[in-house]
Design a protein around this ligand. Structure first.
Ligand code: NAP
Length: 530
């Protein structure tokens, strides 16, 4: 079973022990004691290893391999020898392949204190041979894997390199799957998060996680709390189905929190990860194709966001998949589903979410939108999905936009009317939908329509006001609309519903929408994540 290991940069025995206790309390099963800066007091180091509440990996990483130890090899090896003979011993020593390969003398000394076939002295301590590249994938990566595995003294093979794209993770998984000895293969940086989480799915010996965000020892290392509560660490296994949000950027997306909470809620064996793919179609195609081709990954679908919504249509078209007709007409899809028969489906859950959010508060079916007067503010991507959806059900849509020409072009495409955004103020409508960012955090004092000075006439039913903005949950537009008697719908509703529709496409089960809503509202209460 893949273990959770917390690296601890040792400054003092007190701090290291406190960190080890915190790691244990957070759920770690192993700690890596990084003695890079703590090589002078060997008795204290031995005592630390002995009194640690969890099994330890002892590492003294030299600066030439990305660590902080700048002394001679001879001194650090002397410390390893001392620790290997004078205390109960760590579970592992981690030594760089480069150092081990370079010096027969070093090899001999290390081999004296680790377990291997020719070791006469009983010891449980194993040797991790490691290789790190913080800049790129080393050209001789596979040679290094082979060299480590062939060393008799090596119990564990460890590779870590900076991922250049998401595809590097696939090579890490292949190395773990092809292992002859217990293996750790991790990609560093934003692109490498997947290798750290799915290490468990592929049976790596361990993955590294920090106690908090300030304590990681390698770029891209998640915290234990993220692994366990956000990325479902305890539930992951070889059969876990993989989903994600594909876009650029994706770092602040709320979708991983929503979908993973959904998998938890219905006990579905899935995990949902952020997947950053640079904007160009070739990147999208190469990455998604390779994910789909790797059968052990079980990649079943993704939410697709900016800038890939059109790329998804092109890709699924080229792969002879099915495209939802309205998604094709909108020219954007936000959901990729890999079906059980291997075929692909591209669809758009935004327009349906925008329709149903409003129909529900009106207590009507989509068909009853026919003839309703709908004022759409804005003519960008969100407006396009909204206009497509409402005109498809026969609503009389007028698009009001700052740039009138854009409104006109969009209106002509979908059989709607167009005007400038100011003209909305004197318009009559049954439903008003804001698809501009006016009023969005942090500009919460702005509104694209003034309900206060233009309240609906008392003689007719007040219109429904729907703001696609979800941060803040209640915009100034909605607050003022409510004050003059309108029924209001927040962008949270659209966001939750588009995610719920994706979840249902992927899992075939009904989405725990209340749980989704709870997660979104909770995340929106944390300003940095909004
Ligand atoms: P977009 O493609 O950039 O379009 C923005 C639109 O707003 C354009 O029509 C633009 O007019 C107009 N606009 C921008 N700033 C303006 C200003 N200061 N004054 C007047 N008009 C302005 O953006 P989008 O992707 O459509 O997103 C728009 C909004 O939809 C965002 O606020 C987002 O929160 C929301 N949204 C919500 C969801 C959800 O699930 N709830 C999903 C998607 C989007 P010009 O044409 O003149 O530039």
């Amino acid at each position: 079973m893949t273990k959770l290991c917390v690296p601890i940069m040792v400054e003092s025995t007190e701090q290291a022990l406190a960190d080890a206790q915190a790691a244990q309390a957070a759920g770690a099963e192993l700690v890596e004691l990084r003695l890079d800066r703590f090589t002078d007091d060997r008795e204290a180091a031995a005592k630390l290893v002995d009194s640690c509440p969890l099994p330890t990996i002892v590492t003294i990483r030299p600066d030439w391999e990305g660590g902080e130890y700048d002394g001679e090899d001879a001194s650090r090896i002397a410390l390893i020898e001392y620790l290997g003979t004078s205390c109960t011993g760590p579970a592992y020593f981690d030594v760089e392949l480069a150092a081990y390969d370079r010096s027969a003398n070093l090899r001999q000394k290390i081999n004296l204190v680790v377990d291997h076939e020719q070791q006469p002295r009983p010891t449980d301590t194993g040797l991790i041979l490691s290789s790190h590249d913080f800049a790129t994938r080393p050209a001789d990566l596979l040679r290094r894997v082979k060299a480590m595995a062939e060393h008799q003294g090596c119990r564990v093979v460890k590779l870590a390199w900076a991922a250049r794209s998401l595809r590097d993770n696939l090579e890490a998984f292949e190395i773990i799957r092809d292992r002859h000895k217990p293996t750790i293969a991790l990609c560093m940086g934003e692109f490498g998060l997947m290798s750290r989480i799915l290490a468990k799915k592929f049976g790596a010996l361990l993955t590294f996680a920090s106690i908090d965000t300030s304590q990681g020892t390698a770029p891209g290392q998640p915290t234990i709390a993220e692994l366990k509560s956000l990325y479902r660490w305890d539930a992951l296994n070889a059969d876990t189905q993989l989903f994600g949000v594909i876009g650029d950027p994706v770092g602040h997306s709320m979708s991983p929190a929503i979908h993973n909470a959904g998998f938890d809620a219905i006990d579905y064996n899935g995990v949902y990860l952020p997947m950053r793919i640079p904007a160009e179609y070739e990147h999208f195609k190469a990455t998604v194709s390779s994910f789909l081709a790797e059968q052990h990954l079980h990649f079943q679908g993704a939410s697709i966001t900016i800038p890939h919504k059109h790329n998804l249509l092109r890709f699924v078209g080229e792969m002879q998949g099915e495209i939802e007709p309205l998604a094709a007409k909108i020219g954007a899809a936000n959901t990729l589903t890999a079906r059980d028969d291997g075929s692909l489906y591209a669809s758009n859950t935004d327009y349906a979410a925008a329709l149903d959010s409003v129909c529900d508060v009106m207590g009507i079916e989509r068909e009853a939108l026919a003839g309703k007067r709908v004022a759409v503010l804005g003519a960008g991507g969100a407006a396009r999905a909204v206009v497509a959806g409402y005109t498809a059900y026969g609503a009389e849509v007028t698009i009001y936009n700052r740039t009138r020409d854009k409104a006109q072009t969009l209106a002509e495409e979908f059989g709607a009317q167009a005007d400038t955004i100011g003209a909305a103020q004197s318009a009559q409508f049954d439903i008003l939908i804001n698809c501009t960012p006016i009023g969005m955090h942090p500009n919460e004092d702005a509104t694209p329509y003034d309900f206060t000075s233009n309240p609906p006439p008392a003689t007719s039913a007040p219109p429904v006001a729907f703001d696609t903005i979800y941060n803040p949950v209640e915009t100034k537009l909605l607050r003022e609309a409510k004050a003059v008697g309108c029924v209001t719908v927040s962008g949270v509703e659209m966001f939750v519903r588009q995610a719920a529709a994706q979840f249902e496409l992927w899992t075939g089960e009904s989405a725990p929408s209340d749980r989704f809503r709870e997660v979104v509202l909770d995340r929106l209460r944390q300003p940095d994540d909004a």
